[in-house]
Design a binder for this molecule. Structure first.
Ligand code: FES
Length: 150
């Protein structure tokens, strides 16, 4: 076990875990931030996406030492009350079906729009390509990202 100092949603946190514990489980099990979801555990589905220094990253594939000293943001920290433009657009478009993948989708979309405030349709599709939705809500996801960009 090792102790790591992590900055999560603006707050400094100290966690003691095995060095190979994925960030996903540190967030969920040690810090109680269960908005970040487990899907595949091997970096393939996007359900576990968080921001690390503003970039969308897969928390299942990162260790605590890789994120020490960096700004980690989870869905709980994206906005205080669900008013981030991407979250607003998600509600307006009524995106979720089962909802399981949505936190990861929103974290990917919000990091993407920070870098590309006026994306084309194809850029949106490419950016969201790695986030799997088992319900197939892709058209509503693309519409919401487009709406959030406006
Ligand atoms: Fe991390 Fe699927 S749970 S990418």
């Amino acid at each position: 076990m090792s102790t790591y100092q992590l900055k999560v949603n603006g707050a400094q946190k100290s966690v003691t875990v095995d060095a190979d514990t994925p960030l996903l489980w540190v967030l969920r099990d040690e810090l109680g931030l269960v908005g970040t979801k487990y899907g595949c555990g091997i970096g393939q589905c996007g359900a576990c996406t968080v921001h690390v220094d503003g970039m969308a990253m897969r928390s299942c594939s990162m260790t605590p030492s890789q994120v020490e000293g960096k700004e980690i943001t989870t869905i709980e920290g994206l906005s205080k009350d669900g008013t981030h433009p991407v979250q607003q657009a998600w509600k307006e478009v009524d995106v979720p079906q089962c909802g399981y993948c949505q936190a990861g989708q929103i974290m990917t979309a919000s990091a993407f729009l920070e870098q590309h405030p006026n994306p084309s349709e194809i850029e949106i599709k490419n950016a969201m390509h790695g986030n799997i939705c088992r319900c197939g809500a892709y058209n509503r996801i693309y519409t919401a990202v487009e709406k959030a960009a406006k």
